[in-house]
Design a protein around this ligand. Structure first.
Ligand code: SF4
Length: 328
């Protein structure tokens, strides 16, 4: 099998919490706490979990928009974890992001054509007529008309603004696009159109998506594999069908039980979890899910479970063979 396009190993991102006038250190937010995964060319990995579980911090760390505390990020065989600004520049072309709120991520004073064409100028790829032609082609690829290049962001609908963001992400011919909740700010009727556009573009260009979302139905539609995050860690990762039909981690089971999925083949499960997510400033010892897990035993309060094989291309971080109560 070929080398993965993206390889993330034991990624950690901690933020200090400061209090009072003197801004004394009062604790540490464990935003990401030892995350590892890989992503092949042309593959989509869905990263799901509740708000605050660290999935967006993983995305921003991968893109080096925030500096990891430790761990390693390899893109196409190159370790980019500690590359300086200049050395990172060619790799930045290969990695793009589409944010959740298209309006906030577009400069309201620039025309849509200038927004999409800006990366071509910044990276010295095209100017003048050449740039205009490339931008017109990008507009066509995302389902916008060429004459809309002259319009400003406020003259577009929410779905069209996200198409502008996607066109801008495509401009430099990326190999990896991080989609950070790209449809959650859109009307439900528009969400499917944008997701289908992303799927069509991937088929045409074979790039990879790291797709962040809290909506499992959306993730199920676009992903090849799915990783479930809880309190800064991946607790389960598997091929999409395997994960949805045979969830092994109690948290994944709870997530699936709480989301309506329009697929009669998916087994419905009773809700298995109570209470709120603990604070990432003071995560529980042992298995961080033990405060909410109906299967928890004393050992779960002490021992931190590692991701272990639980089937073909299926890994679970649980000390029990979840759902059966048998120890591993
Ligand atoms: Fe639940 Fe224990 Fe498994 Fe954690 S390790 S998910 S607490 S059974």
């Amino acid at each position: 099998m070929s080398e993965p396009l993206l390889e993330v190993t034991d990624l950690v991102k901690h933020y200090p919490v400061r209090n009072g006038v003197l801004r004394r250190a009062a604790g540490i937010v464990h935003a990401v706490d030892g995350v590892s995964f890989s992503l092949r060319s042309g593959e989509t990995l869905g990263l799901v979990g509740e708000s605050g579980c660290g999935k967006s911090t993983v995305a921003r760390s991968v893109l080096r928009l925030v500096e990891p505390s430790s761990g390693r990020i390899r893109l196409d065989g190159t370790d980019i974890t500690h590359l300086g600004k200049t050395a990172l520049r060619p790799h930045r072309r290969s990695m793009q992001i589409v944010f959740q709120d298209p309006f906030a991520s577009l400069n309201p004073r620039m025309t849509a054509g200038d927004i999409v064409g800006e990366p071509l100028t910044v990276h010295g790829i095209a100017t003048g007529r050449d740039r205009q032609q490339r931008v017109a082609k990008l507009f066509e690829q995302v389902g916008l008309r060429g004459d809309q290049m002259r319009n400003f962001p406020h003259q577009f609908s929410g779905g069209q603004r996200q198409r502008i963001c996607i066109a801008r992400a495509l401009a430099l011919g990326p190999r990896l696009i991080v989609c950070d909740e790209p449809v959650s700010a859109l009307d439900v009727s528009i969400q499917a159109q944008v997701i289908n556009l992303l799927i069509d573009l991937q088929r045409a260009h074979a790039f990879s998506y790291l797709f962040i979302a809290h909506d499992l139905a959306v993730v199920a539609h676009i992903s090849h594999r799915v990783a479930v995050m809880y309190l800064g860690r991946i607790v389960e990762i598997a091929d999409k069908t395997e994960l949805f039909q045979n969830p092994r981690h109690p948290y994944t089971q709870a997530l699936l039980a709480s989301v309506p999925i329009a697929d009669p083949t998916v087994r419905r499960l009773k809700p298995l979890v109570d209470g709120d997510v603990p604070s990432p400033v003071n995560p529980p010892p042992g298995c961080s899910f033990h405060t909410r897990c109906r299967y928890a035993i004393d050992r779960c309060k002490i021992e931190r479970p590692a991701l272990r094989e639980a089937g073909e291309r299926h890994q679970v971080a649980c000390l029990l063979n979840a759902g059966t109560g048998h120890t591993q």
